[in-house]
Design a binder for this molecule. Structure first.
Ligand code: CAP
Ligand code: MG
Length: 403
């Protein structure tokens, strides 16, 4: 079948049958409205080819789960905002529903775009981990905002010589006066070149190019021309089409790191909103190369089963779409690395901001401690055991513990 199937959880208002509620969603999002209409008649009966269909309704928790079929033809291929207006549009406001949540989508061939240019393999190749296949370690420069370009670059240098694979801007740092984007880029790349001369390792720097739709391509193209080796986009605040426009432009020859700031407003309520799964699938379609999907032990409260499903949606074979590198971030530190790797596996980017720059001996030691924690987990040795012979890890565990 070439149609798009969307799965929803919903809870009808009292007195509304589940059949009526599911049909109301299907009609609102396709050919119908709240009443019958004279414009759909014998002469225009061809319109019924565009009707949605309720495929199933099953009880779930205090409500129901339903699968709806949306005909392929009602979508404009490649127009992600239009897809969202169908699968995640007016239905959220329907008065007959107490709550409704988009849980998943199956995107058919033809609506699935070209996807990432680099994907996991491409990113691994750039950092030289395609044979070791160890988890990547990344850091977010902290403080989130406030540092000058020079001080940002100094932190980046320390993180690079300490052994991270990736350094990224925080989601609120873009092109403010205190740290202009291009000046920051130039200084950080210089610092990373210096670190490379010393260590032989290429570190990626995801420069946050998030800005308005009228400027984002220019900002990203300029950054790539000036030597950026990765760019970052806040996908939910900038929009899916921001990622898509960058990934599909020939001038963007570097991977795209995708942050999901604001996702909690959509994903957090278990009975209402939009789950991470459809967001992950759309980011893959749009061409993001790595995407935040949460941690099992960090500060943001992710659930293991959901994260595993989201990561599978990013990485399992899906037509011609390359796999996206899942990113675990938020409250991680060396003591949490074991839990993350045990649950999420090795095809993961483990990011720590506070958990690196908060190390008692500074950023380089913090980066070393994270790498040591990864080594320990891969060797099947507990962090405490490994810390006996690795001072940086020991100091991190003394500060933050190992759970
Ligand atoms: C992590 C982080 C990330 C969040 C995003 C922060 O920093 O940079 O933005 O983790 O969460 O600002 O909190 P720390 P998610 O390592 O210092 O916590 O990936 O769940 O969207
Ligand atoms: Mg952040």
């Amino acid at each position: 079948m070439n149609d798009l199937i969307a799965t929803y959880y919903f809870k009808p208002k009292s007195g509304v049958t589940p059949e009526f509620a599911a049909q109301a969603i299907s009609e609102e999002q396709t050919t119908g409205t709240w009443t019958d209409i004279s414009t759909v008649n014998e002469k225009t009966a061809y319109v019924h080819a565009f009707d949605g269909e309720v495929l199933e309704i099953v009880p779930s928790g205090e409500g129901f789960e339903t699968k709806l079929r949306y005909p392929y033809e009602i979508f404009e291929p490649g127009n992600i905002p239009q897809y969202l207006s169908v699968i995640a549009g007016n239905l959220f406001g329907l008065g007959k529903l107490e709550a409704v949540r988009l849980l998943d989508i199956d995107i058919p061939k033809g609506l699935d775009g070209t996807g990432p240019k680099f994907g996991i393999e491409g990113v691994r190749k750039l950092t030289g981990t395609e044979t070791t296949r160890r988890p990547h370690v990344g850091t977010i420069i902290k403080p989130k905002v406030g540092l000058t370009p020079k001080d940002t670059a100094a932190v980046a240098y320390q993180a690079a010589i300490g052994g991270v694979d990736l350094i990224k801007d925080d989601e609120t740092l873009t092109d403010q006066k205190f740290c202009p984007r291009m000046e920051r880029l130039e200084m950080v790349m210089e610092a990373l070149d210096k670190a490379k001369d010393e260590t032989g390792r290429q570190v990626l720097y995801a420069l946050n190019v998030t800005t308005g739709g009228d400027r984002i391509l220019e900002a990203a193209s300029n950054a790539v021309r000036m030597g950026a080796n990765m760019i970052m986009v806040d996908v939910l605040t900038a929009g899916f089409s921001a990622v898509q426009c960058l990934a599909s432009d020939p001038s963007i020859t570097v991977p795209i790191h995708v942050h999901r700031t604001m996702h909690g407003a959509l994903t957090r309520n278990p009975v209402h909103g939009i789950a991470m799964r459809p967001i992950a699938k759309l980011v893959r379609v749009c061409g993001g190369d790595q995407l935040h999907t949460g941690t099992v032990s960090g500060k943001m409260g992710g659930k293991a089963a959901e994260i595993l499903g989201d990561n599978a949606a990013l990485t399992r074979p899906a037509g011609d779409l390359l796999p996206v590198f899942p990113v675990a971030s938020g409250g991680l530190h060396p003591g949490k690395v074991h839990a993350e790797i045990t649950t999420l596996g090795n095809e993961i980017v483990l990011q720590a901001g506070g958990g690196i720059h908060g190390h008692p001996d500074g950023t380089a030691a913090g980066a070393r401690a994270m790498r040591q924690a990864v080594d320990a987990a891969l060797l099947g040795v507990s962090a405490e055991e490994y810390a006996k012979t690795h001072a940086e890890l020991r100091k991190a565990l003394e500060k933050w513990g190992s759970a």
